[in-house]
Design a protein around this ligand. Structure first.
Ligand SMILES: Cc1cc2nc3c(=O)[nH]c(=O)nc-3n(C[C@H](O)[C@H](O)[C@H](O)COP(=O)(O)OP(=O)(O)OC[C@H]3O[C@@H](n4cnc5c(N)ncnc54)[C@H](O)[C@@H]3O)c2cc1C
Length: 589
């Protein structure tokens, strides 16, 4: 589902070509891609230090102005110019085209810094880099890159990504915007896109349209806002990220020259999915930055506010919130960093890991904003304080760049696909065993090995790192539940066959087990690395690994049990009754 990006300079290639996330469904922990925890590169460290300082200096003075932009639902032109002047539109563009050529990890960290001040700022920059012009970086021809990247790097051109339509949200393949090929090889583009981030300020759109060719149904195009027939609607009046531009973008018989087709004709859906997959670290990095800021705000609030004669920070229920926010932030950050490293190292297959980190980070920051507001309580509800805006701003994160429901289904179905392939190989091998005994026994051998692990838990490849006793215990939980995930996936496929794709309740449980495993393994790898470096806060990091693992174990155990014993049928029936009635069924009068 994704195109490997060129290995970032300074990044080694990965030891294993297997997807860590997909292998979990087969009962394997691809340890060599998780350990050692990737360290920040010298070049990134140097650049990040300078950039984060510059961002702080610029945005620290602007707290009141940023709040006003939120009220006005607009970033003024001079503010966007200041973002250009800081180089924030060229973050991931290669130096050869005038950009800063940050790695994905460093890029995620920069978005974390802007998000710690204001999410709309991150969105303006992020929609440009993560999705607006990412297609050009991944699929553009040399000529297209020469023509556009230098101006995209300076922000002279701002980019937007135009996929969604009124009738095509999650079901993006059902878009109706059309591009008809003309005799001279150019295309005529007609249709309307909705909710396009940067729609009102962009000069450069990556647009997806139905072309219905023999090669495929959808094609991607690079479209300039200045071309005749391109227009955008007014800024949407949104709940959150209000200052970032969101508009409709309309194409009325726009002539697109043949040299502006992006990637192969008919392969636009793959282009769109590759962009979204590789863009998710930006969103995750932003969520982590938001959490860091919430932890800082909530800690200060808890220490300043006194009730019952003491700072509320001394009450267990307040401390529990601060600690949980910290566990979630560390976990999300560990996963986002590992996913960014996978992309930077040219991994062929990282889409499931990227989806997992997006789901976890987007939900973690929403929990954190809820709890930080709760600590501030009445003050938190007042617009003079930042919590209400953060709560509004973070809500979008589980809606766009793939809703979290769709991503959970994607995670489960991608994992099940690998298990299903194994089952069909087994069937074929059993049939073939007398014709080609070596091949047959080979497949059979690896299959029975897995079944044996599933049945007994014995013989699992133990994590080979020399872990300290506390982390050894942590690792044992992930070893055990990786086997459980494989066993549960196998059982689901045997029970339902191809109909397993209809079992959304079960898919959610499998996805949640897999997310806990992947995020937990990222935390384990990082805690181990900090311990080995004798980091000043290594002990706290190990505690986080222990806390996360205990919590994850309870969730995983519940999800494994829920696959067998649940109230799914009753829930389906109840939903049917309410939907049939058009609402709630009871009243006291
Ligand atoms: C502020 C904002 C900015 C945006 N920016 C951009 C942008 O820059 N470019 C762009 O192209 N798009 C953008 N979008 C669109 C965004 O990506 C879509 O909103 C998103 O994909 C979901 O589509 P939808 O809102 O139509 O929801 P729907 O697809 O209508 O989904 C509604 C609900 O049903 C659930 N659902 C749908 N299908 C299934 C299923 N098969 N199984 C289970 N549950 C399902 C969903 O998870 C969701 O909860 C933006 C949206 C917003 C709000």
């Amino acid at each position: 589902m994704n195109t490997p990006q060129p290995t970032h300079p300074d990044h080694a290639t990965l030891p294993s070509e297997h997807s860590v996330a997909k292998q979990l469904f087969l009962g394997n922990i691809v340890e060599e891609n998780l350990f050692p925890y990737p360290q920040i590169r010298a070049r990134d460290q140097e650049m990040l230090g300078a950039m984060t300082d510059a961002i702080d200096q610029f945005l620290n003075d602007k707290t009141a102005a940023l709040k006003q932009y939120d009220r006005d639902a607009e970033q003024p032109a001079e503010f966007i110019q200041a973002l250009r002047d800081m180089g924030l539109f060229g973050l991931i563009i290669p130096e050869a085209f005038g950009g800063l050529e940050l790695s994905n990890g460093a890029y995620a960290r920069v978005l974390g810094q802007t998000s710690s001040h204001d999410s709309s700022v991150s969105l303006t920059i992020g929609a440009h880099s993560s999705i607006g012009m990412k297609g050009l970086l991944l699929f553009g021809s040399d000529e297209q890159k020469q023509r556009y990247l230098p101006r995209l790097a300076t922000g002279e051109l701002i980019a937007a990504f135009c996929l969604t339509e009124a009738g095509a949200g999650s079901d993006a393949a059902s878009i109706r915007t059309k591009a008809m090929r003309n005799d001279d090889g150019s295309w005529t583009l007609s249709g309307e896109k909705i909710w396009i981030t940067n729609g009102g300020i962009a000069d450069f759109y990556t647009v997806f349209a139905r072309t219905d060719t023999a090669e495929g149904k959808i094609t991607a195009f690079l479209v300039e806002a200045a071309w005749p027939g391109v227009s955008h609607g007014p800024h949407e009046d949104k709940m959150g990220i209000r200052a970032s531009s969101t508009t409709t973008v309309a194409f009325a018989k726009v002539r697109v020259p043949p040299e502006n087709v992006l990637g192969p004709v008919g392969k636009g859906f793959k282009v769109a999915m590759s962009i979204l997959n590789s863009g998710r670290t930006g969103l995750g990095g932003g969520a982590v930055g938001g959490m860091r800021s919430l932890i800082r705000l909530a800690s200060a609030q808890a220490q300043e506010r006194k009730q019952f004669g003491q700072p509320i920070a001394e009450f267990g229920l307040v401390r529990a919130k601060i600690a949980q926010m910290t566990v979630d932030c560390f976990a999300a950050e560990s996963a986002v960093w590992i996913v960014a490293h996978l992309i930077d190292s040219g991994a062929a297959d990282y889409s499931v890991e990227a989806a997992m980190s997006k789901v976890f980070a987007s939900e973690a920051v929403q929990r954190a904003s809820y709890e930080a507001l709760q600590i501030a309580a009445g003050n938190g509800f007042m617009r003079d304080f930042p919590y209400e805006q953060i709560t509004r701003d973070t809500r979008i994160l589980s809606i766009f760049e793939g809703t979290n429901e769709i991503l959970r289904l994607y995670i489960a179905l991608s994992g099940l696909k690998g298990v299903g392939t194994g089952l069909s190989e087994l069937k074929a091998a059993v049939g073939d065993i007398f014709n080609d005994p070596i091949k047959g026994f080979g497949v059979l051998g690896s299959y029975t090995g897995r079944r044996m692990r599933e049945a007994t838990g014995y013989g699992i490849d133990r994590i080979a790192q020399a872990l300290s006793p506390r982390l050894r215990k942590v690792a044992a939980t992930y070893e055990r539940y990786t086997v459980e995930l494989s066993k549960s996936s196998d059982q689901l496929l045997r029970r339902y066959g191809k109909k397993a794709t209809d079992q959304q309740h079960a898919q959610k449980r499998l996805a949640d087990i897999a997310i806990d495993l992947f995020i937990g393994l990222c935390v384990l790898s990082r805690a181990h690395s900090l311990e080995q470096q004798s980091h000043a806060a290594a002990d706290e990091a190990i505690s986080i690994a222990e806390i996360f693992t205990r919590q994850a174990r309870r969730r995983m155990s519940r999800n494994v049990r829920g696959l067998e014993r649940n109230e799914d049928a009753a829930i389906e029936q109840l939903a049917g009754a309410v939907l049939g009635n058009g609402g709630y069924l009871w009243d006291v009068i």
